[in-house]
Every structure is written in C-alpha cells, then in structure tokens.
Design a binder for this molecule. Sequence first.
Ligand SMILES: C[S@@+](CC[C@H](N)C(=O)[O-])C[C@H]1O[C@@H](n2cnc3c(N)ncnc32)[C@H](O)[C@@H]1O
Length: 344
Amino acid sequence: MSSIRPRIRPSLIPSAIRRGGSRALKFAGYPRFESPSLHPNLVTTAKYPLIRFLSTSRHPSLTMSDNTYVAPLHPRPGGSREDGREFKLLHFIYDQPNRDEIQGNPQKVLDLIDEFAQTYHFMNIGPDKGKFITEIIAERKPEVMIELGGYVGYSAILFGDAVRRAGGKRYYSLELNPEYAAIANMLLDLAGLRDFVRIIVGRSDLSLHKLFNSGEVKQVDVLFIDHYKPAYTTDLKLCEQLGKIVPEVSVVIADNVLYPGNPPYLEYVRSTVEQKREAAKKGPERTYNKEGIPDRTVQSFLGADATPQFDIIGNPNLVYESKLVKPETIRDAIEVTLCVGVQE
Ligand SMILES: C[S@@+](CC[C@H](N)C(=O)[O-])C[C@H]1O[C@@H](n2cnc3c(N)ncnc32)[C@H](O)[C@@H]1O
C-alpha cells in the first residue's frame, strides 16, 4: 500500500495563501456555546494582536509522488445500509404522480426525502441543522462550497440551492460510494441543480488534492465536513497544508460533532497555535486519530484499517475561532469554525 500512497515532498516550493477578504462571520445570530467546557482554547483575533492576515505561508505544497492510486474494493458501498433503502427512496420520489411539479423545485425534493426518512433512517443533515448552515451560506455568499460526504444528495440539494441563490458559482460534493453518487445525481437532476452541483466519486483526500492541485478550486470559502469521522481532522489539515484555508474567508462546518461525536476534531479546531505547534513536533501523521470515536463509526465507510493517502502536517499557525451550534430540537450539533488569522 505504501508504494502507491501519494506523499508530500517537503522540499517543494511553499504554496501561497491568498489574501482574505474582509467578510467576517457573524456568530451573533447563532446560539451560544452549549458546552463551555468543550471550548477551553477558543481563540480570537483580540487575543492575538500580532496576528497578520497573511498573504504568504511557509508550508510546503503537496504533490503526488505516484498518481497511480488503486481504489480498494468496497465490500458494500458505504458499508452502512444493506436493505437498499437509498434505491427505495429513488423509486418513492420518481413514482410521485406530480413529477412535473417537483421538477426544478429543490424544496419539494427535500420534503419528499424528509417524508421518506420517517420510515427509514437516512444519514442526511436534516432541516434543523441544515437551517443554520443555509443561514451561514446566505451571509457568507461563498463562490464555491465543498462538501465531504454527499450520500444521496440531501445536503447537496439544500446547500447547493442556497449557494446558487447567494450568487455562487459551484457546489462540489465529494462522495466515496458510486451508488450513492448515482442516486444523488438523479435527485439533483429532479431538483434542477444538476448543472450547479458537481459530484466527485472517490476518497475525499484524493479528490480534494486533485481539485486544488488542478486549480479548479482556488481556496476554501465554505467547507462542509460530513463523511468518515476520523478523516475530519486530516482532511482539514490537508486543506491547510495545501494553502487553501484563508484567513477571514474560510469557514469550516463539521456535522455530528456530538453524536456520534468527534473529540479529535473538536480538540484540533479549538486548540491554540502553541498547542498545535507542540503537537506538530511529532512529525507528519500517517494514521487517523480515532480516540473517543465509537468503534462502529470508525469501522464504517473506509474501515478501521484505513490510513490517510498523504502525510498530514497541516498548518499549525492558522488561528481559528470555533463554536458549537446546536439546534434545541436535536441532540447533535455542528461545529462552525472560522479562520481568523495566521500567527507568526
Ligand atoms: C453522513 S453521510 C453524508 C450525508 C450528507 N452530507 C447529507 O447531509 O445529505 C456520509 C457519507 O460520506 C461518505 N464517505 C465516507 N467516507 C468518505 C470519504 N473518505 N470520502 C468521501 N466520502 C466519504 C459515505 O459514503 C456517506 O455517503
């Protein structure tokens, strides 16, 4: 496996971090932190008067040392559903007698998914958490939004529509499982978003690297993380080390941070620069940190033996302001993280 693993060449030229715009994420409209104890290391620009909103970075760019990646065979795509509920959903929606009224109407497609989800559990973001994210999209007006983990397209329809309405250019949905991606494409087609949302099938780390390295995506405006839980932190760090997390621009939203929970991710986005620099002394990460993530969750999707496809170093100098956003109606929450600067 190691012979086909793309690796960083630290000697390569430092990548440039683009200068951030002046749009600031306003948290005022969102609920206060639900668990202050989870936020011991909240960083703000006020705490770091010396933060410079950088135009350069000292971090090496990544290149593929070998781009002949051979995809592993998945036992069953995604690994979580064996009863074909995703295909049943497709039939349920396409069998609706009023298909003409649904065509081109994202909300009607979402309502049908929500209706069907009363019978079967689906891994969708759902309307409660989704509402907070569409508000952030309306405020930030990202040109491009990327999601990690598309499943059958619920979040791609909800957020893709929001990005399009906010004047954005493109929504990328990175999905491991080709069957889920096919279903999502059918539903996006019905919602009238097929030309706006691009689904990329494959592992998120490889897809992110390709999107950024090809120049197709220049920076992270809004990134929604909702895939293999141990990969949340490493995929964010991959974006960092590629120089795509931009102060005062990049917002990262992570789902399921309370249920099933993702302690390594929360710890990372709430750490100080000093704590991250200390941790970085151990060298590049070649495994996923699974501490505190339930076994069942670790075993899903990529599986317990999976490793990142790159040496992960991140950029510990990035300063984040991060908070939990929890709808009252559900036990889970999202973590919303804004990059506010770079500490020299
Ligand atoms: C919780 S579901 C996503 C739900 C979706 N965001 C929504 O709200 O409608 C997680 C998805 O992530 C996908 N996934 C898991 N690991 C992945 C990886 N490493 N790269 C890309 N997709 C992955 C799974 O196949 C699954 O479809």
